[in-house]
Design a protein around this ligand. Structure first.
Ligand SMILES: Cc1ncc(C[n+]2csc(CCOP(=O)(O)OP(=O)(O)O)c2C)c(N)n1
Ligand SMILES: [Mg+2]
Length: 335
């Protein structure tokens, strides 16, 4: 893309909001990493530094009443859809004020009020779920859409093929967004299939498929926007492969010796946050002072979020089984 040309399809406010969200996600991940390494939060953390442009570009093309599902590496996805750091930190700390009252943790953040059907620790777990969400949209006759975020590793799972097949058959309003960060755990994606052209694989299901630069938030937005417009107007599903990179290992603590240093350096140089920052300055949308003020406001939001989590109550042991099962009557009403 020509960095000097001001986009006509995104307003200055939208572009600045995208930039701030990406910085918020990066800051959230860096903070969570530090808290985990200090031993303040437990469990398991899969962080997404480097991948921010994909969820932010995608969710900029969505409405608040649209849906997403996410993965074990899902902090960025749910933050992009609208989650607030304070309730996410509370979830990571296992506190009652977290999005899932502290029972979900890092890998299972959900907020139905924002269309966040849930992150999922099962690789490819979100794919069959999103097909059901899309079917529900179709049966209710609304013009909502549903986005499934998943990794390259999920494309080798049966659920991927089942979901694409049914989405195609039923022409449901789903956008499959594959965050191809080149690795599934320690396995390079290039070693997982005879043909690694994922868009081509989607086309075998008669689903339009596209590969986009996942280090360019605006490019991701444009690709997803086209898919969203098609889905809203009854045109069925789309598959998008966003080529991206996780700057760190698979989980916090993974020394990632399988990631070649020169590869890591090359991808860091493509950092999507730095790219958008440079563009915003070139378009006179952001001064150095405004950039610094934004960094300070992001930092303050994150620090307040951590304090909120630290001072929130720990769930009582007798509440352990609450909300584990939701009972519905035959009309579908909770009881
Ligand atoms: C069904 C299933 N198989 C294996 C695992 C263990 N596992 C967790 S993450 C992961 C790699 C997933 O790779 P990818 O889908 O590319 O996502 P990424 O970690 O790169 O974001 C694996 C194998 C799992 N959680 N679920
Ligand atoms: Mg991967």
């Amino acid at each position: 893309m020509n960095d000097r040309k001001i986009p006509e399809d995104l307003t200055k406010d939208q572009l600045l909001a995208m930039y701030r969200r990406m910085r918020l996600i990066r800051g959230f991940e860096d903070t969570a990493q530090r808290l985990f390494e200090n031993g303040e939060i437990g469990g398991f953390l899969h962080l997404s530094q480097g991948q921010e442009a994909v969820p932010v570009g995608t969710c900029t093309a969505l409405r608040p009443d649209d849906y997403i599902t996410s993965t074990h590496r899902g902090h960025g996805d749910v933050l992009a859809k609208g989650c607030e750091p304070k309730y996410m930190f509370a979830e990571l700390y296992g506190r009652t004020t977290g999005y899932c009252k502290g029972k979900g943790g890092s890998m299972h953040i959900a907020d139905f009020s924002q269309g966040i059907i849930g992150a999922n620790g099962i690789v490819s777990g979100g794919l069959p779920i999103i097909t059901g969400v899309g079917l529900s949209i179709k049966m209710r006759g609304t013009d909502q859409v549903a986005v499934c975020f998943f990794g390259d590793g999920a494309t080798a799972e049966g659920g991927f093929h089942e979901a694409l097949n049914l989405a195609s058959l039923w022409q449901i309003p789903v956008i499959f967004v594959c965050q191809n960060n080149l690795y599934g755990l320690s396995q390079p994606f290039s070693e997982t299939a005879y043909d690694c052209d994922l868009a081509q694989r989607a086309r075998t299901y008669h689903i339009p498929g596209e590969c986009v630069d996942g280090m360019d938030a605006i490019a991701v937005y444009r690709s997803v926007k086209e898919a969203v417009d098609r889905a809203r107007s009854g045109g069925g599903p789309t598959f998008i492969e966003a080529k991206t990179y996780r700057f760190l290992g698979h989980y916090v603590g993974d020394p990632a010796l399988y990631m070649p240093p020169e590869e890591r350096k090359a991808w860091r140089e493509k950092d999507a946050i730095a790219k958008l920052g440079t563009q915003l300055r070139a378009w006179d949308y952001l001064t150095e002072e405004e950039d610094e003020a934004m960094a300070a406001s992001v930092q303050a939001e994150l620090e307040q979020g951590v304090e909120y989590a630290r001072s929130s109550p720990i769930p009582a042991p007798e509440e352990a089984l609450d909300d584990v099962y939701v009972h519905f009557d035959y009309a579908g009403n909770p009881r």
